[in-house]
Design a protein around this ligand. Structure first.
Ligand code: SF4
Length: 504
């Protein structure tokens, strides 16, 4: 009897979502750990741990607050719910709208009453309304339009009707190459692992059919709201003041540099984006953070993150299957650790992921997705791998970021041209190339940088789709002047074969 509130693994706010207004002694709380979900693909240890430990910690917290908590480990959500209903006979089961399409469809099928999702500043219904009014002739919507709309309506970093400082976008100040002065980077905030963390990891390792990879948790990622708030505070005080300038740069000795490392806590629901941008704005207004850093961070949270979330729901469900470039290559074994590679940028990025279940947006976009696009990897394989490998991975994150943005698999709904580059961009924005056996300036020969070779070959192979793109007019003009296109094609074929075989 009574009401059951079902808390999902990426909705871990102790007083938000379905728990808003919950009353101890009146409402019963349900958690279901689905073994089907854990078994559906190999997961990075730190990602699996984050969600299971996060659920467990919240369950303990709710019990301390006087709630009756029903923790179910079951073959599926359906099995967990049925067992709960059998034992408790609730009058109603409520949950907050899940963050992904499959989850929502499942809960609807199960007859769960869904409350409106409150984890974003812009619900997908509001986004759809905005997007329907702002889509252009080709059906696309622009991030910049959405970002300004969000800033205005939410009053974030605004001075009256104008953006703080007079400019909406300070990207020009924020795309600097890495500093070469050997400076120190802020230490990463961690929490000591405790008995609960160890129990969760031991249990995950013991579950039949669950495949895990990557380094075990080391306390980097918050598994409770209290720990997430601590990280937010440290970020604003110690990291955000210097966040802006080098946010696109990559340095081998610092995987985190000045990135917030808060995306896992936001995506798991432990932090709300509203409180995160408010903390950044207060620091800016009090003169503790320069505008370029505050704006760069706000753009990521209020702009990009919410844009991606809205697009995931606004686009058709089959968006995820798009593959306009006809890619047919498998995910490179160098990505999964099944093979090593001499390409320093790839090896370093994959090493970061193996150790931390994380790499910031530029290794994701301009190293891994870039190489996958250039080599013709099937977009759905990269989507699935990134979803499982990153601590902040989720269906709503990866479908837009990989299919729409990273791999141009839908023909450009999120970008007017593919995000591809040769080795030159990586050389400018990182310290990788000096330590690599390949040379970013060479496109043919044994030492040719795979990115550089594949970049020209990519343009050559996809003339039918891309040659008329005005933003690619200059590279295509250069391609026409290359005297060694035949050799580039030969070398590219070899590079693609070696990438697929794990011998690059
Ligand atoms: Fe990567 Fe090419 Fe630079 Fe090597 S030379 S690190 S493969 S971009």
């Amino acid at each position: 009897m009574g009401r059951t509130l079902w808390v999902l693994g990426d909705q871990l706010h102790p007083t938000g979502g379905v728990l808003a207004g919950a009353r101890p002694g009146v409402d019963r709380i349900l958690f279901v750990l689905s073994l089907a979900k854990l078994r559906e693909r190999p997961w990075h240890r730190q990602r699996a741990h984050l969600f299971v430990a996060g659920m467990r910690r919240l369950a303990v917290d709710l019990e301390r607050r006087g709630f009756e908590v029903d923790w179910r480990e079951a073959d599926s959500w359906r099995a967990g719910l049925e067992a709960h209903v059998r034992d408790h006979r609730p009058d109603a089961v409520e949950a907050m709208e899940p963050l992904n399409r499959r989850g929502r469809a499942t809960l609807e099928r199960l007859g769960v009453e869904l409350r409106r999702n409150d984890q974003f500043l812009c619900h997908y219904d509001e986004f759809a309304d905005w997007a329907d009014r702002h889509q252009r002739g080709d059906g696309s919507v622009l991030l910049e339009d959405f970002y300004r709309w969000q800033r205005r309506r939410l009053g974030v970093l605004m001075d009256g009707d104008a953006p703080a400082g007079g400019r909406w976008n300070l990207d020009a100040d924020n795309r600097q190459p890495p500093p070469r002065d050997g400076r120190d980077w802020p230490p990463v905030t961690t929490s000591a692992l405790d008995e609960l963390d160890r129990e969760v990891m031991d249990h995950l390792e013991s579950l039949p059919g669950v495949r895990l990879f990557g380094a075990p948790p080391d306390g980097t990622w918050a598994t409770s709201r209290r720990r997430a708030l601590h990280r937010l505070q440290r970020f604003v005080e110690e990291v955000l003041p210097g966040f802006g300038a080098h946010q696109d740069a990559m340095l081998q000795r610092s995987w985190a540099m000045r990135h917030s490392l808060l995306s896992h806590a936001l995506n798991a629901g432990m932090l709300h984006p509203g409180e995160v941008v408010e903390a950044a704005e207060i620091a800016y207004r009090e003169g503790r953070v320069p505008l370029n850093s505050a704006e760069g961070f706000v753009r990521q949270v209020v702009g990009w993150r919410e844009f991606v979330w809205g697009l995931y729901w606004w686009r058709d469900a089959d968006w995820r299957a798009a593959n306009v470039l006809g890619n047919d290559q498998p995910l490179p074994p160098a990505f999964t650790g099944a093979a090593s590679t001499d390409a320093r940028c790839v090896a370093t990025s994959v090493g970061w992921i193996e150790r931390h279940a994380y790499a910031h947006h530029i290794p994701r976009l301009m190293v891994l997705a870039n190489l996958a696009t250039l080599a013709g990897v099937r977009p759905q394989e990269l989507t699935a791998w990134m979803h499982a490998s990153f601590v902040d991975g989720a269906d709503w994150v990866m479908v837009p970021n990989v299919v729409g943005m990273g791999m141009y698999a839908d023909g450009g709904s999120m970008s007017t041209k593919p995000y591809v580059s040769g080795g030159k961009y990586i050389d400018r924005m990182s310290d990788f190339c000096g330590d690599c056996r390949y040379d970013p300036k060479q496109r043919v020969g044994e030492r040719a940088c795979p990115f550089t070779t594949l970049y020209w070959d990519f343009l050559d192979r996809h003339r039918d789709v891309l040659a008329d793109n005005r933003r690619l007019a200059r590279p295509y003009a250069t391609l026409e002047r290359l005297a060694d296109v035949e050799e580039v094609r030969r070398r590219a074929k070899e590079v693609r074969a070696r990438l697929a075989a794990g011998t690059l």
